[in-house]
Design a protein around this ligand. Structure first.
Ligand code: 0PR
Length: 379
């Protein structure tokens, strides 16, 4: 640290210079991210609530109200009108809180969780933290979890089954209705990781999927405003069907303004709640439907372009995620794309390039990408 502080002008100039090293969503070249440029109102709302802390809600009742209202919006969207929940740091913490509740409620001696092979890597961290044994179920030919494999994985130690509504790598939706039957039959907790899909699937106009609290066995859902919700980071969401389950995750907070906390993170930014609240109010169902519709249109434009250029899709996209392979080395192609400023993911599990068509990826970016891709592949 400097002995004497620098002037604001110097500090800001330095920050500006360093910030230029970061990639910008506006360039339309970040194709590997599930986050996007926050909605303009999200940014403004964030600034208004910058110093509020949801970890001590007695001091910030306004922010606490916003959190409640955002959770209510999310729960209603997912057909869980009487559900409860919290805004957390992201999908990882949301999944953690769900499995913590399931594990503590079941009280098995050696707890196991049945996970699709395609589950997000956050579950590896969570199993490690909660001392849960992951038991992996296989996928079917369309990369959805195979429900007969899930059923075979269940034992007397199973505390939860997880299904994903919008997998991170391919955007596939597991057959949550089938998982719900299995969970009911075996009386185990069903958690749905809809971190990404939870704010996409309800707005699809030409396909309907049953994946939420409409299904009786679904006890908890992860749904993240900081992904397709266009809220500022960090804004994850965990929703529980039943308020009684909160007893299994509560921690006493002896000297704070609230008696208990129900999240892993203690000090939580109230600005996240304000930013999600602003987006929901400003866009409404109509606004989200339009944004998701545009993402899906761009997704189709990309898939058609890829097919015309003889690239092979791993699977037809369900959501706004495209996965494809090159005729030569896909990994090498991904590296060449990065060198030329196209930021794509290479997914080793499927030996494919993944593109997430977030709202910042416009039609013109997709067309420019296709043009460059065809050139780059020939190099
Ligand atoms: N569940 C699913 C289905 C996810 O896709 C993700 C994150 C998580 C849980 C975990 O969420 P948090 O990262 O909020 O804890 N999916 C993205 C991914 O792994 C996260 C991401 C976002 C990665 C932006 C890169 C990036 O630039 O692809």
């Amino acid at each position: 640290m400097h002995a004497k502080g620098l002037s604001s002008k110097t500090v800001l100039a330095e920050l500006k210079r360093i910030s230029e090293k970061d990639r910008r969503y506006d360039d339309g070249k970040i194709l590997c991210s599930m986050c996007t440029k926050p909605h303009l109102l999200a940014e403004k709302a964030y600034r208004l609530f910058l110093s509020s802390n949801l970890g001590d809600p007695g001091l910030f009742p306004g922010s606490a109200q916003l959190e409640k209202e955002v959770i209510k919006e999310l729960a209603t969207l997912l057909h869980g009108e009487n559900c409860v929940g919290y805004l957390v740091s992201g999908g990882t913490e949301a999944n953690l809180m769900a499995l913590l509740a399931a594990r503590n409620m079941a009280r098995a001696s050696q707890s196991e969780v049945v996970l699709p092979e395609s589950a997000h890597f956050s579950f590896t961290k969570i199993c490690n933290l909660l001392n849960l044994k992951p038991v992996y179920a296989g996928l079917d030919s369309s990369f959805r979890v195979d429900s007969s494999s899930v059923e075979k994985c269940i034992s007397k130690n199973t505390v939860a089954i997880v299904g994903t509504a919008g997998t991170a790598e391919l955007g596939v939706i597991d057959p949550i209705d089938e998982l719900s039957h299995i969970a009911l039959e075996h009386n185990v907790w069903l958690h749905v990781d809809a971190a990404f899909g939870g704010l996409v699937i309800p707005f699809l106009t030409n396909a309907k999927y049953n994946f939420d609290f409409n299904l009786e066995a679904v006890k908890s859902i992860t749904v993240d405003p900081h992904k397709m919700g266009m809220a500022a980071i960090p804004a994850g969401g965990i929703i529980f069907r039943d308020s009684k389950t909160l007893d299994f995750i509560k921690t006493e907070t002896p000297y704070l303004t609230d008696e208990f906390q129900y999240t892993f993170v203690g000090t939580r930014i109230g600005a996240s709640a304000a930013s999600a609240w602003a987006v929901f109010k400003s866009l409404g169902m109509g606004g989200f439907t339009k944004i998701v519709g545009n993402c899906m249109k761009t997704t189709r434009l990309l898939t058609d372009g890829l097919k015309n250029a003889s690239f092979k899709l791993v699977v037809e996209p369900t959501l706004n995620i495209v996965a494809f392979r090159s005729r030569q080395s896909t990994k090498h192609l991904a590296e060449k794309l990065w060198e030329r400023g196209w930021f794509v993911s290479y997914v080793p599990r499927y030996d494919c390039i993944r593109i997430v068509v977030m709202p910042h990826v416009k039609k013109r970016h997709a067309l420019a990408f296709l043009k460059d891709l065809i050139k780059i592949e020939k190099l």
